[in-house]
Design a protein around this ligand. Sequence first.
Ligand SMILES: *Cc1c(COP(=O)(O)O)cnc(C)c1O
Length: 410
Amino acid sequence: MYLDYAAATPLDEKVKAAMAPFWQKQFGNPSAQYQLGRTARQAVDGARARIAQTVRAQPKEIVFTAGGTESVNLAIFGAVRNFLLGGAGERRRKFSPHLIVSAVEHECVLNSARALEAEGCRVTYLPVDRLGRVSLADVQQAVGPETVLISIMYANNEIGTVQPVAEIGRWLKTYRHKSFRRGKEPLLFHTDACQAAGYLDLDVEELGVDLMSVNGGKLYGPKQTGFLYVRSGVSLKPLLYGGGQEFDLRGGTENVPGIVGLAESVVAAQAGRAKESARLSSLAAKFYRQVKEQVPGVLLNGPACQPIKGGDKIERLPNNLNFTFPAIDSEALMFYLDSYGIAASTASACSSNSNGEPSHVLLAIGKTERQAKSSIRFTMGRQTRQDELNYVLKVLTSIVAMLSQVENIK
Ligand SMILES: *Cc1c(COP(=O)(O)O)cnc(C)c1O
């Protein structure tokens, strides 16, 4: 029983089939001029065009990377280094670049920001409310003449909170228009859409973003694939210097099968998102109701969990449930569940090396350290079915009851 789709997803059969020709038969280097190379180039260009159309961008605005982390790093370091190296001399001397990120970003955003802080950048970490939401007013207050980049995730990987990205994007448009920034250094807006891509609209015009990160590994595509949307006219410096691939933004021979698989997974995920959101949100709402009935003290972290119908504004990722079982050690709970064949996660899987540190997301929404260490995340996906959740409910409630008794004895 796999309930950790926010950490990894199995490869879709159709994605696998689309990739198949490019391992052995069509293995050419897209930069080669002969037929084998041209076929590979066509595959890469085709994938780029399909993704561009899906997010309402132009093909030349899609830069392929090796995953979400790389896309995010390219957005953040690329923007700051372009400012430092390419910015107007006057401004360069006057200011050290300023970044705005939310306190609940994925580690790849937070650690990029911290690395730049160590190099002399100023970083504002925006607080969030009890549901994990950033407020537009806080963004407005934090923006200053030296702000180079705002990076706010589209949806949170731990508690599923959807951020008001389009609202911030709309405000930024008018702010840029009115402010002195016209014709000067642009203020860029990036969103990490790695968790959102399966459930929310990726239309970059609707969102008003300049940069957007998406990965294949969370979308039933291959791991270590992804793209960064880079709005036309936005300049970045590359992280990887090489043979000029990806519009000089990412050197290295293209991962042709990966790119083809990524495109297939992005198109399929966006095409199926409304139906899948409705299905999973109704499974999640029912599961939550049942858990609440059987474990009275349980707390749901993040926005309310409700069935989503077409046209509803989505405030919580439909596949995410994050619970606090007060006084229960979530690590113990996780391992007991594992022994019954149930895979769930105690914080984001990406921070599994952080030596039992409580989740920065749960602390940011006002949980105590104790509560944060009593929290567990279930994320559902395409293979999740009601009968599976019935079994999980039975096992979960018995283990929680057993662990509570152990706590009482202690
Ligand atoms: C998984 C994830 C990433 C990192 O993506 P990788 O492909 O693992 O590098 C970044 N941001 C969010 C929100 C994620 O969930």
